[in-house]
Design a protein around this ligand. Structure first.
Ligand SMILES: [Mg+2]
Length: 301
């Protein structure tokens, strides 16, 4: 069975790469690097599904490569199997301590290498799936609250580390009179309404660096990477208009008769100490939008 998993083999000896390649190339997309440094460059461009890593290499050894990968959230999930002539229990322990999932001693047996690679790939895919599920809101497919807070704290950590701050803004969105919607049309229709509004919010994203999340019941949040308050306001206005354009009937919405949203927009300020501060600011703006008639966007300045 041909599998399109991408396996990176890192070894300073071409002969080792060739023999590993022969064992795996019929099943996987096998690529190689001849040093630790060039491996890191290859990985930065395209993330492998699994790495077979030699330890004894000039300049940067395998332990160091493994530690660098472990220290970055983007690469920490890639399984690393050491494949090395270093055979003492101390060396093997050191390899596993550096973060490797497995350790194979040369000379290797090709069928054992194939079996271990297959097993670790299966584990990796199961872990990837679990991670996606644990970060996704199952009803809307948007990011869930956990994912939102993870991203928000890493974004703000990044901003706080930078002396010359880039802009960063968030939007909080709430469906107007949603409780009345559920009371009028029932929860099945309510769920469908949430999904349609989520679809509008998702399509307002400008790039993968932005994030849209379901914040609570009928509340959504957009994190807008490198966006000024004014850019965020324009995005919020577009969302508000697009939701109104859906013309989802809502007899409980008083004179408007259709589903609408209110939105609060805030920009992160360097004096803000916590991630809650920017959420708080957006929440105040959202409250002002609700208190002054709904179906509108208010910015916290
Ligand atoms: Mg070597």
């Amino acid at each position: 069975m041909k599998n399109d998993s991408y396996i990176l083999v890192v070894d300073d000896q071409m002969a080792n790469i060739e023999s590993l390649g022969e064992s795996l190339a019929d099943q996987y997309d096998v690529r190689f690097a001849l040093s630790g440094q060039s491996a890191l460059e290859v990985i930065a461009k395209s993330k492998p599904d699994l790495i077979l890593l030699d330890i004894m290499m000039p300049d940067m050894n395998g332990y160091e490569v493994c530690r660098v990968l472990q220290s970055h959230p983007d690469t920490a999930q890639i399984p690393v199997i050491f494949i090395t002539a270093l055979a003492t229990p101390e060396e093997e322990t050191q390899g596993l301590d550096a973060g490797a999932v497995d350790y194979i001693v040369k000379p290797f047996n090709p069928s054992i290498v194939r079996a271990r690679v297959r097993n670790h790939l299966a584990l990796k895919y199961a872990n990837d799936q679990l991670r996606v599920l644990s970060l996704t809101d199952s009803l809307t497919g948007l990011a869930n609250r956990r994912h939102l807070f993870e991203r928000l704290s890493s974004e703000i950590e990044h901003l706080q580390a930078k002396p010359e701050t880039e802009p960063f803004a968030i939007i909080l969105i709430d469906i107007d009179y949603f409780k009345r919607y559920n009371d009028t049309y029932g929860h099945v229709a309510g769920d469908f309404c949430l999904q349609r509004v989520a679809g509008v919010i998702r399509s307002a994203l400008r790039s993968p660096a932005d994030l849209t999340a379901r914040y609570g019941g009928e509340e959504f949040c957009c994190l807008l990477h490198q966006a000024t308050l004014d850019e965020a306001r324009q995005i919020a206005e577009r969302i508000s208009q697009s939701v109104a354009d859906l013309e989802i009937p809502h007899l409980g919405a008083y004179e408007r008769q259709f589903v609408t949203v209110s939105a609060g927009v805030a920009q992160w300020q360097p004096h803000m100490a916590h991630i809650e501060s920017v959420l708080q600011a957006a929440d105040e703006a959202l409250y002002a939008a609700k208190a002054t008639g709904r179906n509108k966007v208010v910015c916290k300045v």
